[in-house]
Design a protein around this ligand. Structure first.
Ligand SMILES: NC(=O)c1ccc[n+]([C@@H]2O[C@H](COP(=O)([O-])OP(=O)(O)OC[C@H]3O[C@@H](n4cnc5c(N)ncnc54)[C@H](OP(=O)(O)O)[C@@H]3O)[C@@H](O)[C@H]2O)c1
Length: 274
């Protein structure tokens, strides 16, 4: 895929997976625009991203916004499109997980995860849609997770928000064909990011046990794997072999997956009872 001169909007681009994608696409000549809340993180990330520019004409900008605020997202996207032309690719990575036993997760955290992980995506697509139509097409990537199709212990709130992302994206993929807008879903496995470090602090022992054997990917590996699949116009983008395997097992033999998860859960609970 030729990214040169393409305007790519990346929410959550100041850290973790979003930042790694921004860096990679900048090395391929794209104009990258990152969006997140904390201006300090944006400034720091932009320094790193700009080092990857391959031409002095390339644009790398950072904009502070909260994806849950639709009117602000609309205003900022409109301003940028007036100045820089259009949006070619929108990559939604802003998101977070608050794991825990259901009864230990504060009720408001369930709402917050839906607000950021699901409605945040609805908001940016709402704001970007008129520009895609004007541009006669584009490509949208929504970040879900392996928890977007696997029922992992300890992720009741997060999983609900990430299942929503996949269902929403499947419908948009079908609807947006008539506008020549492609849609993909990125489902990363456990990835070593600031967000992952934070969520590890509240993961129940059962959740930690389930993910113990899985390979922890780096954000750069996820970005590479993402780009490879994205450039082939894949809908479901699952970095790493284990994730791809889990996707197939869930589809064709869900009982086996539940059996494997239950073994880890029982192992921990047996220890806790002793
Ligand atoms: N890391 C993993 O193991 C993993 C696995 C599967 C899926 N994922 C998904 O992949 C995505 C990226 O995860 P990550 O681990 O890279 O996260 P991260 O390291 O915590 O980075 C999250 C980014 O999103 C921004 N952000 C958070 N809330 C926002 C909001 N309301 N509005 C705008 N920006 C916001 C953050 O900046 P500010 O805080 O400054 O806003 C930051 O730039 C998430 O959707 C996550 O659920 C991650």
């Amino acid at each position: 895929m030729n990214y040169q001169g393409k305007n790519i909007f990346i929410t959550g681009g100041s850290e973790g997976i979003g930042k790694a994608i921004a860096k990679l696409l900048t090395t391929k000549g794209a104009n990258t625009f990152i969006f997140s809340r904390n201006p300090k993180k944006i400034t720091k990330a932009l320094k790193e991203i700009r080092k990857n520019k391959i031409s002095k004409d390339q644009i790398c900008e950072g904009i502070s916004l909260d994806v849950t605020k639709l009117n602000i997202v609309k205003t900022k996207f409109n301003t940028l499109c007036k100045k820089y032309g259009n949006i070619d690719i929108l990559i939604n990575t802003a998101g977070f997980a608050a794991p825990g036993y259901f009864e230990k997760i504060p009720p408001e955290a369930f709402h917050d995860m839906m607000e950021v992980n699901y409605f945040g995506i609805v908001n940016t697509i709402t704001a970007a849609f008129p520009f895609f139509v004007k541009n006669n097409g584009g490509h949208i990537v929504n970040t879900s997770s392996l928890s977007g199709f696997l029922p992992v212990f300890g992720y009741s709130g997060y999983t609900a928000s990430k299942y929503a992302v996949i269902g929403f994206s499947e419908v948009l993929k079908s609807e947006f064909k008539r506008h020549n807008i492609k849609v993909s879903v990125l489902c990363p496995p456990d990835t070593d990011t600031p967000g992952f470090k934070k969520e590890n602090k509240t993961k129940p022992a059962e959740t930690l046990e389930i993910s113990k054997g899985a390979k922890l990917m780096t954000p750069a590996q996820v970005a590479e794997s993402f780009e490879k699949a994205f450039s082939k116009n894949k809908f479901m983008i699952i970095p790493g072999l284990e994730g791809k395997l889990a996707y197939r097992v869930k589809r064709f033999c869900p009982g086996l997956l539940n059996f494997i998860f239950n073994m880890s859960i029982k192992k921990v609970q047996k220890k806790q009872r002793k």
